[in-house]
Design a protein around this ligand. Structure first.
Ligand code: SF4
Length: 348
């Protein structure tokens, strides 16, 4: 074990965050927690993980689930492809591995939705395989420890970072080591202003010695997100509302209200609904505006409610649903304001 790993494990023993997916020795639960933690804060996952594993306590129960039930439990967590991949991965493990997750990183990587980071995390945490799990936190810690001032997004630099990370993983307690690096990156060696005075690795840290760890890792400036205007229409037919299950890659499988491209002015709305949805609607009422930020785009939305005749057929690709469906169907967070407006309309 290197001096760095020993110092890190000593720190971890005293400072590890107490999290429900730790210390359980259950590869399935490690997998679920790692899928939820990708791109998501621990605090957010803490409210989703218990409900998910209460409903799907083991791999066979998840593998036999309906996608809509899985998405409903994922509702609001974002990055929904993770939920679909988890479900498809569980089915794959049932079909190809008799319901038992393999322990080798190479085999894990062949399972739907498990990439290099997650394979390393599951193998080390659940099976004590001494391999690294390199995510954004680890890239930051390693870049600072070794004062790597080259573009961390380039494949060659990434390989250097992975080699350093692999070198540090001890044969004993590799899972704890990896979780210690993650915890250090999340709580001490944070982006922007690392708290080096509290860091157990400061005596080994080249960037700290050099005096400028804050500007590491070096990453290319990300492109600004594209702002896309939408008009969301909440169309009621008696006590039913018009909904569509998305087939697009973004938010696939989740339910949305009809979305008209652009910000349609109120006095053109009836015509726009007619030409886009082939539906006669009336009485447009503004329900305010909403904004939702995705990784690569921002939805800038104006919301309207409209009424139509009780027995009018739904346009192709859409369906009429009872207002009570708002509780049962899985909507993305981008639709939160529209769901609230539809509920309010039902109560009025
Ligand atoms: Fe990060 Fe500072 Fe610790 Fe270096 S000394 S690993 S920069 S917190």
């Amino acid at each position: 074990m290197t001096d760095i790993s020993a110092a890190l494990l000593h720190w971890y023993d005293e400072n590890a965050r107490s999290l429900p997916w730790r210390g359980i020795h259950n590869p399935y639960l490690t997998w679920v927690s790692e899928a939820m933690l990708q791109q998501t804060r621990v605090e957010t996952v803490l409210s989703y993980y218990p409900r998910f594993i209460a409903r799907f306590p083991d791999l066979p129960s998840l593998a036999s689930a309906d996608e809509s039930d899985v998405l409903k439990l994922w509702e609001g967590l974002g990055y929904y492809s993770r939920a679909r991949n988890l479900l498809n991965g569980a089915r794959q493990v049932m079909a190809e591995h008799g319901g038992i997750l393999p322990s080798s990183p190479d085999e894990l990587r062949r399972i739907c939705g498990i990439g290099p980071y997650m394979a390393g995390a599951i193998a080390s945490i659940a099976f004590s395989v001494p391999v690294p799990a390199v995510d954004g936190n680890v890239i930051r810690v390693i870049s600072r420890l070794y004062n790597i001032r080259d573009d961390a997004s380039s494949p060659s630099v990434r390989r250097r970072i992975e080699a350093h990370a692999a070198y540090l993983v001890p044969q004993e307690r590799p899972g704890d080591h990896n979780q210690a690096v993650m915890d250090l990156g999340a709580t001490v060696c944070v982006p922007g202003t690392p708290d080096c005075s509290r860091c157990p690795l400061s005596m080994f840290c080249e960037a700290f010695r050099g005096g400028s760890p804050a500007d590491l890792p070096v990453l290319p400036r990300s492109k600004p997100q594209k702002v896309i205007p939408w008009t969301i229409v909440i169309i009621r037919s008696g006590s039913r509302i018009l909904l569509r299950r998305r087939t697009e890659k973004l938010l696939q499988g989740l339910w949305c209200f009809p979305m008209l491209p652009g910000r349609v002015p109120a006095d053109s709305l009836i015509d726009a609904v007619q030409s886009t949805l082939r539906l006669s609607a009336a009485h447009p009422v503004s329900q305010g505006t909403a904004r939702h930020v995705f990784t690569h785009q921002i939805w800038d939305m104006s919301l309207y409610s409209l009424d139509t005749d009780p027995d009018i057929p739904a346009p192709s690709g859409y369906g009429w649903f009872a207002l009570s469906s708002l509780e049962d169907l899985a909507f993305p967070s981008a639709m939160n304001a529209a769901v609230r407006a539809a509920r309010k309309g039902a109560a009025d």
